[in-house]
Ligand binder design. Structure first.
Ligand SMILES: Nc1ncnc2c1ncn2[C@@H]1O[C@H](COP(=O)(O)OP(=O)(O)OP(=O)(O)O)[C@@H](O)[C@H]1O
Ligand SMILES: [Mg+2]
Length: 259
């Protein structure tokens, strides 16, 4: 059965997009058919897969408002088995669109737009924007699970309170099947004391809900993004590539346990 997983944290720059691209690509490498939904108007997931998003006529925004069939918005990617539902600046006009065209269920747009895609893919991964507004609520309402990247730096724990309370609200009001797939330590550098302290706190608080693998700080990750390739294609033996391959195996193992 298709698993829909949001990568969410309202804190900016914590590694959501890097995780969305490289987890998606690593799952595809492990013979899963994967759709990555770029759900941020920055369009970084598309850019990181080498796509010029500025000129796209058909994006996730057009599928959300029902202007174009979602299948017509999906693009192939450099990784076999990985497909992209791209985004660009148009997505930032969603709030304005609703002011002009009120909708009784504005949090269920994504769920409805991708309903018929479920049979097509093993995994649908959603790269959320750095906010807890309409887009993130749509993503969480459409998802079975959520991965929360935690950057091992100042104020990491403070940010978690807000995302946890949003998850509880979505579970209660819109989507009771939503579960926390895991907290993921990102940009982890064991030589930095603060990083190890935060990692210990996260593992102490969230225990088996924290992924065993911590994603290390690794230059191959930003480099591969700039090249428009998943790290597993650009530097397959780098620490970054090995870490995301290990994360994909953990996600696959979780799903096996659930079946
Ligand atoms: N493990 C890592 N090692 C080194 N650099 C990383 C790592 N993960 C992410 N980065 C870099 O950190 C920056 C922020 O990462 P990313 O864009 O994935 O975060 P984000 O949470 O999606 O940001 P935003 O909130 O703006 O959407 C990028 O320049 C990215 O290349
Ligand atoms: Mg991002």
């Amino acid at each position: 059965m298709t698993q829909i997983i949001s990568i969410a944290n309202q804190k900016g720059g914590v590694g959501k997009t890097t995780t969305a691209i490289n987890l998606s690509a690593a799952l595809a490498k492990q013979r899963q058919k994967v759709l990555l939904i770029d759900f941020d108007s920055q369009g970084n997931a598309g850019r990181g897969l080498g796509i010029d998003i500025t000129l796209l006529e058909r994006t996730v925004f057009d599928a959300l408002i029902g202007r174009v069939d979602v299948n017509k918005c999906i693009l192939p990617s450099p990784q076999e088995g990985l497909f992209l539902l791209p985004s660009n600046l148009k997505l930032a006009s969603l709030d304005a669109f609703f002011q002009a065209t009120p909708n009784p269920e504005p949090f269920r747009l994504l769920e409805k737009a991708i309903k018929d895609l479920k049979a097509e893919y093993d995994y649908i991964i959603i790269d959320c924007p750095p906010s807890l507004g309409l887009l993130s609520l749509n993503a969480l309402t459409a998802s079975d699970g959520v991965i929360i990247p935690v950057q091992c730096e100042y104020f990491a724990m403070e940010a978690l309170a807000a995302i946890l309370s949003t998850i509880t609200k979505v579970q209660h009001d819109y989507n009771s099947r939503l579960r926390i797939e895991g907290f993921l330590l990102t940009m982890y550098d064991p030589r930095i004391t603060l990083a190890t302290e935060i990692a210990t706190q996260v593992r102490g608080l969230f225990k088996e809900n924290t992924f065993i693998i911590a994603i290390p700080r690794n230059i191959s990750l930003p480099e591969s993004c700039a090249k428009g390739l998943p790290v597993g294609s650009w530097r397959p033996s780098s620490q970054g590539a090995l870490a995301y391959a290990a994360l994909a195996r953990e996600v696959l193992d979780h799903d096996q346990e659930k079946r």
